[in-house]
Design a protein around this ligand. Structure first.
Ligand SMILES: C[C@@H](C(=O)O)C(=O)SCCNC(=O)CCNC(=O)[C@H](O)C(C)(C)COP(=O)(O)OP(=O)(O)OC[C@H]1O[C@@H](n2cnc3c(N)ncnc32)[C@H](O)[C@@H]1OP(=O)(O)O
Length: 139
């Protein structure tokens, strides 16, 4: 399959506003999008630097105590920090088929609507060298 670029790097945080201030004040990054993903129980912010190629996606669970929420569970088990990388592709359905044929384990067999209205799908970290990988197709 072909990748376009690293779309974003997902970082789990304890407190979204504190994390936004940190990346703004220390690294001069700016927020390009902030939303609450009701269906995922997440508050997210995307931040970029001056040239804006690859974004950071900061993720905080709406309810830290809900351990059915993957991000709340991650925060409890591993603490804040790097969570996933997202690779942008032009045809997500074809990329998923290719990766499945290559023997990777798909968490999402079908793409679904993710942040910023894009189509997204995740690959299991156990089949991708220990890193959770998200595919993203812009729409
Ligand atoms: C905003 C929106 C978007 O981007 O548009 C999103 O949905 S973003 C982000 C929120 N959505 C997601 O993350 C969806 C995809 N993620 C998932 O489905 C889940 O988090 C899994 C990756 C399947 C892990 O869930 P599970 O309940 O199995 O977790 P667990 O704590 O029992 O961990 C099982 C094993 O996976 C490892 N593990 C867990 N999370 C990991 C991560 N982020 N990166 C690498 N390894 C990870 C644990 O260390 C453990 O390894 P050991 O067995 O060796 O101890």
């Amino acid at each position: 399959m072909e990748s376009e670029n690293v779309d974003h790097i997902g970082i789990v945080v304890e407190n979204l506003e504190n994390a936004i201030n940190f990346y703004q004040e220390k690294f001069g990054m700016k927020v390009i999008d902030k939303e609450i993903l009701e269906d995922r129980g997440l508050k997210v912010a995307f931040m970029i630097g001056k040239n804006g190629e690859t974004a950071l996606e900061l993720l905080e669970p709406v309810n830290h105590e809900d351990l059915n929420n993957t991000i709340a569970k991650f925060l409890k088990n591993r603490g804040p920090g790097l969570h996933h990388i997202a690779i942008r592709v032009s045809n997500i359905e074809m990329s998923l088929k290719d990766l499945q044929n290559e023997g990777l384990t798909l968490i999402d067999k079908e793409p679904r609507k993710g942040a910023r209205g894009h189509l997204v799908a995740f690959i299991h970290p156990k089949s991708s060298m220990g890193t959770l990988i998200e595919l993203v197709q812009e729409r």
